[in-house]
Design a protein around this ligand. Structure first.
Ligand SMILES: Nc1ncnc2c1ncn2[C@@H]1O[C@H](COP(=O)(O)OP(=O)(O)OP(=O)(O)O)[C@@H](O)[C@H]1O
Ligand SMILES: [Mg+2]
Length: 627
């Protein structure tokens, strides 16, 4: 079984190497030519050195005179060989480096491109950490053997050349070579086989150690406030100890095999000298030939190891390749249609859900997915604001995802102005709808870049207009560098409410015709939240302001009261719809929810006042808020 799997790995590893050569044939050729040039020069140099000893040194010792002509000739030859060797090494190294890093870059691009094409459902099933390591260390691991590959290929050619030249010299010496080189090769293979699992274990532990470190620093707040420092330290120390042991195991193996790999060629040289001296006395070979062959044995030992390096990297490469392929071969990207939504008549769009059913894909492929939405139907008329209200887990975020086509319904249809969303082009969809998600995401960039996102036609004036609408112009103007302020990783330099308003401004800057707010202002003072929504509604259509239909997931009375209609959902079904006042009068669950939430707000405000500035309520709002 074990040998079958390792043969399997060898076969598939060679497949990965073939793929690499197919993708970068020219650079590979350059590298291999360099390597073969180097290998040939190694063999030639052995014969030149042999020649110098036989034709210059021996006569000099015997007769006490130096054959200057031969010496100059040999020196020139050795110099020429050295130059060619340098050229060979240069070509090989450069080619191998280019090939490896080009492949890495190409596959990183392909993998990340694929992430963006794959649907949200795929992302739900795959952890962020995995995606990171797919694009990073798995791509790297897949192409690790590329670095020594040209050297190994050149070495194979060189070994064949060496055996042939040995046979041309003397059959007895050739037999020694036939015994030593395969033994060296086998020893390398055994070494690599033994090393591979130890290296893999060390690699895995390295990732785990840094994972633990990352987690405990990331969760430093929890660790500290919960008094978990000692446990976290112990957890880290435990894994770090395992890593130490794994690395020592690697070192121990190296300690055994490295001397063996060094010794074997020396033993070969010794055998050559013994056999050679015998053959010399028989008159079968000359001193020149004997020295050449002995020298050849010493210089061949190192290149043979390159073959071992490639073999050692193959298991890791295959594992990395499998994980990369899993991403590249993943299917299910959303097909887009050909239609553009009413380019001639821009303005708020009508959103309609008709008998929509939706289930998330199951965690295990063979299980059925649990249905999250059933028979959902409602309309957000053009230019109107509809609030989506329901207890936690009711399916509000799922409806929001469907409304901007992050996911498609299992059955039923979601339309914009009567057009099935699936028929729209990607660009038309992106230009028409905008979602401000429950969890805001801010890029580690300037405020301006976070809002404009490099979309064409959004200048500073548009950015400010969007910020004003999102009630964010005040705090942005107060930032040290205004729009040029860097907000830090994930917007760490901003408060939660400020982050939310930046992402809202980002959505508004694109002038969507349908705006979906998924609890997008939960961290903002309730009065600011209401002011934002009131502003969006009242100023719709003014210059620089999107005239959008709005679907808003909300809890707060003040916010809900601003909506033209409220849709109340429970357990994935629309339970009731009507105005806020109507629902308060007729739906007990709705009353409970809104009241409970309000009480929580009061408690929270007493415990910790909102950190965000409080904007004055728009006039006329107080009356509605009370009911
Ligand atoms: N990626 C997912 N995979 C599987 N099930 C999911 C996924 N996301 C949500 N669900 C399930 O779907 C149901 C609806 O979730 P959803 O996020 O739409 O609720 P919600 O109304 O937005 O809740 P909340 O008010 O807490 O944000 C829940 O039962 C939830 O467990
Ligand atoms: Mg939600």
């Amino acid at each position: 079984m074990a040998s079958r799997t390792s043969r399997d790995v060898l076969g598939r590893g060679l497949g990965v190497l073939r793929q690499a050569i197919r993708e970068q044939p020219r650079i590979f050729t350059v590298a291999v030519v360099g390597s073969v040039l180097f290998g040939s020069m190694v063999i030639v140099s052995a014969y030149v050195v042999g020649g110098v000893v036989g034709d210059v040194v021996v006569p000099a010792i015997a007769r006490g005179e130096v054959a200057t002509g031969s010496l100059v000739l040999a020196a020139t030859a050795l110099f020429g060989i050295s130059v060619l060797r340098v050229v060979g090494i240069f070509g090989r190294r450069l080619g191998a480096g280019y090939m490896q890093y080009r492949l890495q870059a190409a596959y990183r691009r392909r993998v990340t491109r694929r992430y963006l094409d794959l649907p949200l459902s795929w992302h739900h099933r795959n952890a962020t950490g995995t995606l990171l390591s797919n694009a990073n260390s798995d791509v790297e691991a897949a192409w690790y053997p590329i670095a020594p590959l040209p050297f190994a290929v050149g070495t194979l050619v060189m070994l064949v050349g060496a055996i042939v030249s040995l046979f041309a010299t003397d059959w007895a010496l050739a037999l020694v070579g036939l015994a030593v080189f395969p033994a060296l090769f086998t020893l390398n293979v055994v070494y690599s086989r033994r090393m591979a699992p130890r290296q893999a274990r060390a690699q895995r532990l390295r990732a785990e150690v840094s994972g633990i470190a990352h987690e405990s620093f990331d969760g430093a707040l929890v660790v500290k406030t919960m008094g978990r420092e000692a446990q976290e330290t112990a957890r880290f120390a435990g894994r770090a100890g395992e890593l130490r042991d794994a690395l020592i195991a690697v070192g121990r193996l190296r300690g055994v095999f490295d001397p063996l790999l060094e010794t074997l060629p020396s033993l070969g040289t010794l055998a050559v000298l013994v056999v050679g001296a015998f053959r010399l006395r028989q008159g079968a070979i000359s001193v020149t030939e004997l020295v050449s062959v002995a020298f050849l044995f010493t210089v061949l030992a190192f290149p043979v190891r390159a073959i071992g390096w490639v073999l050692a990297e193959l298991p890791r490469s295959v594992a990395g390749w499998d994980r990369v392929r899993r991403v590249l071969d993943a299917t299910g990207e959303m097909p887009y249609g050909q239609r553009v939504l009413d380019p001639a008549t821009p303005g708020p769009a009508t959103l309609t859900f008709t008998d929509v059913h939706f289930s998330y894909p199951p965690a295990e492929a063979h299980q059925p997915g649990a249905q999250v939405l059933g028979e959902v139907g409602f309309t957000v008329p053009a230019g109107r604001t509809v609030a989506l209200v329901g207890p936690t887990g009711a399916g509000k975020s799922t409806i929001a995802s469907l409304a901007v086509r992050l996911v498609d319904p299992d059955t039923g249809v979601v339309t914009l102005n009567g057009v099935d969303m699936r028929e729209l082009t990607a660009a038309s969809l992106a230009g028409t709808v905008a979602l401000v998600a429950q969890v805001p995401f801010v890029f580690d960039d300037t405020v301006r870049a976070n809002i404009a996102l490099d979309r064409p036609g959004i200048d500073d004036e548009d950015v400010w207009a969007a910020l004003r609408l999102a009630e964010a112009d005040g705090f942005v103007a107060a930032l040290p560098d205004g729009l040029d302020t860097m907000v830090g990783e994930r917007g760490t330099s901003l408060s939660g409410g400020q982050r939310q308003r930046l992402t809202l401004a980002r959505a508004l800057a694109g002038r969507p015709r349908l705006l979906v707010l998924d609890d997008a202002t939960s961290a903002v003072d309730p009065r600011v939240e209401a002011a934002i929504l009131a502003g969006l509604r009242s100023s719709a259509g003014a210059p620089g302001v999107p005239a959008a239909s709005i679907l808003v997931v909300a809890y707060r009375r003040a916010t809900i009261a601003l909506a033209d209609e409220v849709i109340y959902v429970e357990q994935g079904r629309v339970i009731a719809r009507g105005t806020h006042t109507e629902l308060l009068a007729t739906v007990p669950g709705y009353v409970d929810l809104v009241t409970a939430y309000e009480q929580a707000e009061v408690d929270r405000a007493q415990e910790r006042p909102y950190e965000d500035e409080v904007a004055p309520l728009p006039s006329g709002l107080e009356i509605e808020v009370d009911r």
